[in-house]
Design a protein around this ligand. Structure first.
Ligand SMILES: Cc1cc2nc3c(=O)[nH]c(=O)nc-3n(C[C@H](O)[C@H](O)[C@H](O)COP(=O)(O)O)c2cc1C
Length: 372
């Protein structure tokens, strides 16, 4: 771990710091992948296999990394993915991430399983580009209520997570007997009656993951995307797509955007990395909607590789938690700043002045490099 006086200069420094500080049970929960953890490991390694192909002697004295996501202006094509129970990293939790994103004008997703409520986040970050991540529960009334609350609270899109009809088998979390720490609550679902009521009264003793996991509706189909679009006025981003066939279905069922994701390696193990299937998805939708990507993004250089392949924006998950562990809200602000600095540096050294110039000719898979 870097000494306390040593500045944290890359996301890896934050990771080392966080791993040293977090209690074992929380670290296990945050870091866990499913089953053999092949996908979670590959998610970060894959970025090393794509190499830059820079151009030289181009005027890069002025650079612009701003863009838009679903029409909202953002300062850089990076955001923070929805993650459950962020207050286990620091009491600033999801509010800290939301404030950091608001300060940088970057998008973020609030998890259904958040430790701050939808309404808290709206009041605390009135100018944020905020999207609400949705699970479809067996109890449809609960899902509908969450959508109404997100609409009323100024969230500008729904992120429908489609890779979780059941929870993945995260062995480290199962072995550690994870439970939600007693001082934390899940206000989005606590506020509902019915099945989740027990969490409100006895959170520390409830096998939380099993209860929430058992309430995910495994019978959902593409028709449910239409169901959602029928009663919500918010655009729907479909998160968890990993192939061309599903990407095309998402478009034909009305998705406003596709989020290529393997849930940070926490659902089905041994699926490909998001980066490896990104080009397939981008090509399948042929510009009909925006495509986002997450999983293993650990630097601004990774962000630029994803944008060059065709993503509109790349999202970080766990790194935001490590920022929280370091210094709460300020830690996430600093971490996002360093990622933005890296994006800027990558652009300058690649020879591009704005994101519109980026294309696949600026990256190549190492297997395609000329062999001597
Ligand atoms: C601790 C943790 C909790 C997560 N909770 C959710 C969630 O509630 N909903 C969801 O759609 N994705 C969730 N994810 C997946 C993230 O949205 C994202 O896909 C993933 O973290 C990106 O990979 P990365 O952590 O390698 O950057 C979670 C991921 C982590 C690490």
């Amino acid at each position: 771990m870097p000494a306390s006086s040593t500045p944290l200069l890359c996301v890896g420094d934050y990771e080392d710091y966080a791993k040293d500080k977090l209690p074992a049970m929380v670290e296990d929960y945050f870091m866990a992948g499913s089953s053999s953890e092949q996908t979670v490991k590959e998610n970060t390694l894959v970025y090393k296999r794509y190499r830059f192909r820079p151009r030289v002697l181009k005027d890069v004295s002025k650079r612009d990394m701003s863009t838009t996501v679903l029409g909202s202006p953002v300062s850089c094509p990076v955001g923070v993915a929805p993650m459950s129970m962020c207050r286990m990293a620091h009491l600033d939790g999801e509010m800290g991430i939301a404030k950091a994103c608001e300060r940088h004008q970057l998008p973020f997703g609030l998890s259904t399983v958040s430790t701050f409520s939808i309404e808290d986040i709206a009041v605390g970050t009135p100018n944020s580009v905020r999207w609400f991540q949705l699970y479809i529960f067996k109890e449809r009334r609960l899902t509908e209520t969450l959508v109404r609350r997100a609409e009323a609270s100024g969230f500008s899109a729904l992120v429908l997570t489609v890779d979780a009809p059941f929870a993945g088998r995260r062995l480290s979390t199962m072995r550690g007997g994870f439970t939600l720490p007693g001082h934390l609550r899940l206000p989005n679902i606590d506020a509902s009656d019915g099945i989740f009521k027990s969490l409100r009264t006895d959170a520390a003793k409830v096998p939380y993951l099993e209860v929430v996991g058992s309430q995910l509706d495994p019978s959902i189909t593409w028709d449910d995307v239409k169901w959602l679009l029928n009663f919500s006025r918010l655009p729907v981003i479909v998160k968890g797509v990993l192939n061309a066939e599903d990407a095309r279905k998402a478009v034909s069922h009305g998705a406003a955007a596709i989020w290529v994701s393997n849930h940070g390696g926490r659902q089905l193990d041994s699926v490909p990395t998001s980066l490896d299937v990104l080009a397939e998805v981008v090509d399948a939708v042929g510009g009909c909607c925006e495509v986002y990507v997450d999983g293993g993004v650990r630097s601004g250089y990774d962000v630029i590789k994803a944008i060059a392949i065709g993503a509109r924006a790349a999202f970080i998950g766990r790194p935001a938690l490590w920022g929280l562990v370091h210094k709460g809200t300020e830690g996430v602000v600093n971490l996002l700043q360093l990622v933005k600095d890296e994006v800027d540096n990558a652009m300058a050294l690649l020879g591009i002045s704005n994101l519109g110039e980026l294309n696949r000719s600026y990256v190549t898979h190492e297997s395609l490099l000329p062999k001597l």
